[in-house]
Design a protein around this ligand. Structure first.
Ligand code: FAD
Length: 487
């Protein structure tokens, strides 16, 4: 008889674990409290418009491709994606516009001509980020950090001997300021802290490695939008025999003699040899793992940022905008002080506009566009969100009008809003944060929750709230790590 595995949560990491375990020969069931796969990777539709509601930037597609290959399928028969020619169009308050082209040589030329920063500085920087990635990938990203084997490995020792190359003792901002003269460029590279919801003025310089993924390895976009990644992974899992149970909330993970025995759903016991939880670790401990002491101390640290997003059905096209657009704050430091120290929103926030209809035919009707307009906001600490949403909407609209010279209000036909409260409620993400705990300290990479507990057999943790962290690539990496420890 086959061993049984239960996956709790059909987020990207849960889906990946399901595919990995069914390939290992387990009989796999996925329990998901909502009615769809993907978790934060979701979509909404209205009157011919479609919006991806969560992640919009797709890097390291080979981690998704690997899952298809594992099942003997080619990814392109299910998800086709393209490398972006222009990754992001950046707009600055002084009127500067900079295109971060996907081809590094073109990107460097653009930087030279727009900011005057010598291309050699950028080339050296990108080379440095590449070596940081090569030094850390097999130590921090694709391996369980708390295992003796990792700490004794040649790769770990090599990384430690070259630790100075990782900028662990400076902040991202200090490291970027040291390497560039142009304030525009410093701001552009500081922004990568937001890719895991952190603060570039506090997070260690090692996190500058993130820009390597986009600028050396490339940014991609699926031809049918981001949600298609989750949908097609769930279909792949189903083709392999994984059983999905949607609208089924797991109430408890049952434990006997320091080993999981199964789960409780609707008061019914489902036995399992292995349980993989893709649930945010806070909710797992608080609600599902009643036999384990709640680790108070772990949850005292700051969470990563959350988001306030307006999904706008726009009735005209804006040729000056691309797929991904950033309208930078005029005072980035102040913006982060508001997010992390004051736990509120700055009056001049950095605005991200993502318009998938620029690439996906059918995501908006006729002459329209589907705008996803997002600002980073603090974790949910019970602030007056209704007031903050009203104020931010005003600030965002004024900023768009000022920086793009366009009147947007008359062109918004419909609006949907997502805020930290709804993100928390919909996906059970602690304080609505997008990437688990923040990485604002020097030891953040070493102190993420591990992918398993030594004292509890049969239970594994995947997803953005555990090692190695949030964002699609790291969530996929978490499933890969857990898989290495499941027999
Ligand atoms: C607005 C936004 C923008 C983002 N932008 C990007 C981006 O551009 N690029 C990027 O890489 N990442 C981005 N992210 C982050 C990325 O979406 C997440 O890191 C990733 O999707 C998290 O996946 P996960 O596997 O941890 O699970 P989640 O997506 O958090 O899903 C967990 C699942 O578990 C289910 N669940 C919880 N409790 C239970 C229970 N008791 N029983 C059953 N099911 C349960 C939930 O319903 C949910 O479906 C963004 C996120 C958001 C919200």
């Amino acid at each position: 008889m086959k061993s049984k595995a239960v996956i709790i949560g059909a987020g990207i990491a849960g889906l990946s674990s399901a595919i990995r375990l069914v390939q290992k020969g387990y009989e796999v069931s996925v329990y998901e409290q909502s009615g769809h796969p993907g978790g934060k990777l979701n979509q909404i539709e209205w009157n011919g418009y479609r919006w991806d509601t969560g992640p919009s930037l797709f890097t390291l597609p080979e981690l998704v491709e690997e899952l298809f290959l594992m099942c003997g399928e080619e990814i392109k028969t299910s998800v086709r994606y393209v490398r972006l020619e222009n990754i992001t169009r950046y707009f600055y308050e002084d009127g500067t516009i900079l295109n971060a082209y996907g081809d590094p040589r073109r990107f460097i030329k653009e930087i030279e001509s727009v900011t005057g920063e010598p291309g050699v500085h950028v080339q050296k920087y990108l080379d440095r980020c590449r070596s940081m990635y090569n030094l850390t990938r097999d130590v921090f990203i694709f391996k369980p950090f708390n295992r003796l084997g990792t700490l004794l490995s040649g790769k770990f020792l090599k990384a430690m001997l070259q630790a100075w190359k990782l900028d662990p003792l400076t902040t991202m901002h200090q490291a970027n300021r040291k390497r560039f003269d142009s304030p525009h460029l410093i701001q552009l590279f500081d922004r990568y802290a937001t890719y895991n919801g952190s603060n570039p003025y506090k997070a260690p310089g090692t996190l500058n490695v993130i820009s390597h993924l986009e600028h050396n390895l490339g940014a991609y976009f699926p031809n049918k939008g981001m949600f298609s990644i989750a949908l097609e992974l769930s279909r792949l899992a189903e083709r392999q025999g994984v059983k999905f149970h949607f609208n089924q909330r797991v109430e408890e993970v049952l434990v006997k003699n320091r080993k999981t025995t199964g789960i409780l759903v609707d008061g019914r016991f489902t036995p399992a040899d292995v349980v993989v939880s893709d649930v945010d670790i806070f909710y797992l401990y608080r609600d599902l793992l009643k036999s384990v002491t709640f680790p108070e101390k772990y949850f005292k640290r700051d969470q990563s940022t959350s988001a306030l997003i307006f999904y706008w059905a726009v009735d005209r096209q804006f040729p000056g905008l691309d797929l991904h657009n950033i309208l930078f704050s005029g005072n980035y430091e102040e913006e982060f002080r508001h997010l992390f120290d004051l736990k509120t929103v700055y009056q001049d926030p950095t605005v991200y506009i993502f318009i998938s209809s620029k690439m996906v035919q059918g995501d908006a009707p006729g002459n329209g566009e589907n705008w996803f307009v997002m600002i980073n906001v603090p974790e949910n600490r019970g602030q007056d969100w209704d007031q903050m949403i009203d104020a931010s909407r005003e600030h965002i609209i004024r900023k768009i009008e000022r920086m793009l010279g366009a009147d947007i209000t008359p062109h918004i036909r419909k609006e949907f809003i997502e805020d930290p409260r709804s993100i928390e409620k919909r996906t059970y993400s602690y304080r609505g944060s997008l990437y688990g705990a923040s990485s604002n300290s020097k030891n953040a990479a070493f102190s993420r929750h591990p992918n398993f507990l030594r004292k509890l057999k049969g239970l594994y943790f995947v997803g953005g709230s555990v090692h190695p962290g949030g964002g699609i690539p790291l969530c996929l990496a978490s499933a890969k790590i857990a898989d290495q420890y499941i027999k």
